[in-house]
Design a protein around this ligand. Structure first.
Ligand code: C5P
Length: 292
């Protein structure tokens, strides 16, 4: 078993589509979403040792809140309740992603913690206790355990097989506002035109980048976009800015916002767009990246 420091990336989770199918009796909403993972990521290290602790550093650490409440520790505790004599230690989280931003940063960090603990303790990646601990930690954590493109349904617990999607060149933008998820769901249905037709486009196992983008434009949407824009109009501004940039094929919000993304034909177009946006809006978080 490993004894040195273990490390892994915790990539941003992006909803290329997010269709709300209905409301359940418990108040939660049934979703259908095509999820991909970005090159933009946090980094998590685990130094094996006695007890369990977490240090948070990095450019967006201040927004991540106190370490005690962090999903990394919650995930570790949930796993420790399920696995006897679980070896743990000191986690060090380098936060690069904006927090509470609709890109599953906290969920991805929690899933990364479970992966590191699995590796430290010799648990196989498909150990059901990992999935259980992930689900107890948060609805978005299970899909982040093995961060590959997939369809996600229900409230996040029904996860499809990995999809062989082409890399998509993207710019992610966070206009430095945070919209509480419950508020976005509360507003859903009150904004005219915020629920589109029910069908989610079927995503074939193999598809070219051009065809995928056409499919996303024609049949995909994020139903949480209108209520999130109603709560924070700057999200609409960020989408308009992206759409106005040379070569932007699609601009959409991820999750319940406020992060939005633009898809571009190639890496150069995405880098150029990111540079232009940084000059125009120096206070926004802007990142050229690849979705897979
Ligand atoms: O999953 P999370 O705890 O971030 O969700 C926050 C709130 O968003 C929930 O309490 C619920 O009001 C709403 N929500 C929902 N349907 C979902 C996910 C979240 O209604 N699938």
């Amino acid at each position: 078993m490993p004894s040195g420091v273990l490390a892994t990336r915790a990539p941003a989770k992006v909803n290329l589509t997010l269709h709300v199918l209905g409301r359940r009796p418990d108040g939660y909403h049934e979703l259908e979403s095509l999820v991909v993972f970005a090159g933009a990521a946090d980094r998590l290290e685990l130094e094996p040792g006695d007890g369990l602790s977490l240090r948070i550093e990095g450019p967006t650490a201040a927004a991540a809140g106190p370490a005690d409440d962090n999903l990394v520790l919650r995930a570790a505790r949930h796993l420790a309740e399920r696995v006897a004599f679980l070896r743990m230690g000191t986690f060090r989280l380098t936060k690069n992603l904006p927090a509470a931003a609709g890109i599953g940063g906290g969920s991805s960090d929690a899933a990364a913690a479970l992966r590191l603990l699995a590796s430290l303790n010799g648990l196989p990646a498909d150990d059901p206790r990992l999935f259980d601990a992930a689900r107890r930690t948060g609805a978005d954590v299970p899909v982040c355990l093995d961060p590959r493109a997939r369809m996600m349904r229900g409230v996040g617990e029904r996860i499809g097989p990995p999809l062989d999607l082409p890399p998509l060149f993207a710019v992610m933008v966070n206009p430095r506002v945070s919209v509480p998820t419950p508020e976005v769901f509360r507003r859903l249905g009150r904004v005219p035109g915020d629920l589109g037709p029910p069908d989610h486009p079927a995503v074939p196992g193999r598809i070219s980048a051009g065809d995928l983008v056409s499919l996303l434009v024609a049949g995909g949407r994020n139903d949480l976009e209108p209520p999130a824009i109603a709560a924070e109009p700057v999200i609409g501004t960020a989408l308009s800015r992206l759409r106005a940039l040379d070569g932007c094929r699609l601009a959409r919000m991820s999750g319940s916002g406020a992060t939005v993304f633009g898809l571009f034909d190639d890496c150069r177009a995405a880098s150029r767009a990111a540079r232009a946006l940084r000059v125009a809006e120096p206070s926004w978080w802007v990142k050229a990246t690849v979705f897979r």
